[in-house]
Design a protein around this ligand. Sequence first.
Ligand code: HH2
Length: 270
Amino acid sequence: MGIVNVTPDSFSDGGAYLRPEAAIAHGLALAAAGADILDIGGESTRPGAAAVSAEEELRRVLPVIEGLVAAGTTCQVSIDTSKAEVAERALMAGATMVNDVTALGDPELATVCAEAEASLVLMHMQGTPRTMQEDPTYDDVVSEVRDHLAERVGSATSAGVPEEMILIDPGIGFGKTVEHNLELIDRLGELREIGRPVVVGASRKRFIGAITGREVGDRLGGSIAAAVLALARGADVLRVHDVGATRDAVLVAEAILGRREWREPDSVAR
Ligand code: HH2
């Protein structure tokens, strides 16, 4: 899943793709680099980010979704929003997935997904983006995240979203300390007990900076390590900024794990 942030203030690439043409070109480049899904977001969720109105979010994301669809992208288009109104319009414009970091903070969003027969990503967050990093506390982060997500899957299905359309996400960095993030990735397999595909978004996040001492624009190596380990522990979808490099890492990791067929080239150059 390649990230297309149409925002002035996203933590790693805020402002880079605010113009629709720039965001569309970026999305098509991520598709060419091997993305299967493009996740279009018009509101930053970084700690302390300012809230954005539905009108402003729509003004940012709709031209980008329309442009990607008009360009004939073969990627599934995902709208990264927690507002039912934004999701509804995005699905009408051609998106087929809703990525909700609040896991139905707006309950209407489930109805919108059910009616449009859209996929729905439910992400775990402790607190709100404004406050979530103040003092994240858990007895056992993995079982608490698992129980919360299982309960949210139940809410979505009660609202009419078929279970097979739902994906779950532990919400790396959303109300979690460095230690919580590491434990969630290491014990990701426990989230698979819910029986739904697992999405992991670790790309460029602060815990990688905390470990490596690298600034946000220089976290590719750490992001790839997190992506590959998440994959090995059972992630089904990796939400990343750097699609090309991550895809190569995933192909090699899957071959080593015996999950991917590959063929010896006629002549092997080392
Ligand atoms: N992380 C971010 C945003 N949306 N969605 C899911 N499902 N999982 C995540 O881990 C996730 C997410 C934050 O990253 P980014 O979009 O790059 O930054 P910002 O929120 O500042 O726009």
